[in-house]
Design a protein around this ligand. Structure first.
Ligand code: NAP
Length: 259
């Protein structure tokens, strides 16, 4: 796949690896995140190693209107996005009633609103051209409610659901939508979300293998990808059979911090 890809959250973790994979395949890129220094360094690295053009747009997707202004920036550069990778996102930890509401609202803005708006804005051009690919980064967290990360889990349930619904709507348009649902991954996510010491991250995957899993699924136009086969069996096979209260208890236990 060598069309121009726009990757949000390309300054770290899974997004950075997704950008690397796309460049390795010879695709041009627009890298988006807040930390411009990191994006510039990645752009230099990828342009030096591969025959690709890499553009950088620093943007805070927590700001309302960020998606529209990103589209305007891309159009001003004369670029046409053929692959949209909505990866930017962050979590949090703690009981919801004690949480900083401003932070929870920013989470909703980045994880849900910006992803929705970017999909809307960029998919229109793809449909008109009769081809395009979208990869949204959801989460296995979206398969169940998440006590101690209530808003984050709910935001990922939205991403998982929204992506599959739009994929079905676009079935005959030449545009595919794939949702990548990683289990725990070793990235800066844990530190950013105050999740260090949380038991659920004891067996975290590496960002490169998770990005490869998502990118492969997007290339094939698959609906949903879970990077860990055991987790996939658990979530799709066993989870629906667990009584709701027991599921909530188990979910909370996996998000508690080690003493
Ligand atoms: N790590 C996990 O265990 C895990 C599991 C399942 C799903 N996921 C999902 O995978 C995606 C990538 O996470 P990661 O693990 O790679 O985490 P990460 O290493 O913390 O990277 C997060 C990326 O999102 C960007 N971002 C955060 N807030 C932003 C904002 N307001 N505006 C623009 N960009 C913003 C960050 O860039 P700047 O800080 O430079 O803005 C960074 O590039 C997220 O959607 C996350 O929910 C992660």
């Amino acid at each position: 796949m060598t069309g121009l890809a726009l990757v949000t959250g390309a300054s770290a973790g899974i997004g950075e690896e997704l950008a690397r994979i796309h460049a390795e395949k010879g695709g041009d890129l627009v890298l988006v995140a807040r930390r411009k220094d990191r994006l510039d360094a990645l752009a230099d690295e990828l342009e030096a190693q591969h025959d690709v053009s890499v553009h950088v747009v620093a943007a805070d997707l927590a700001k309302p209107g960020a998606a529209a202004s990103l589209l305007a920036d891309v159009e001003a550069l004369g670029l046409e996005v053929e692959v949209l990778i909505n990866n930017a996102g962050f979590g949090g930890h703690g009981e919801f009633h004690d949480a900083d509401l401003d932070r929870e609202q920013r989470m909703i803005q980045v994880n849900i609103a910006a992803l929705t708006e970017l999909t809307h804005l960029f998919v229109q051009g793809m449909v008109a051209r009769g081809e395009g690919k979208v990869l949204n980064v959801g989460s296995t967290a979206g398969f169940l409610p998440g006590p101690l990360q209530a808003v984050y889990y709910a935001s990922k349930a939205y991403v998982n659901s929204f992506s599959q619904a739009v994929a079905e709507e676009l079935r005959d348009t030449g545009v595919t939508v794939t949702v990548l649902c990683p289990g725990p991954v070793a990235t800066e996510f844990q530190e950013a979300a105050d999740l260090e010491g949380v038991k659920g991250f004891d067996f975290a995957a590496d960002a490169r293998s998770v990005a490869e899993c998502g990118y492969r699924a997007m290339e094939k136009g698959q609906l949903l990808a879970i990077n860990d086969p055991k987790l996939k069996v658990m979530l799709e096979g066993f989870l629906p059979m667990i009584p709701r209260r027991a599921l909530l208890w188990i979910s909370r236990k996996t998000m508690e911090k080690s003493a």
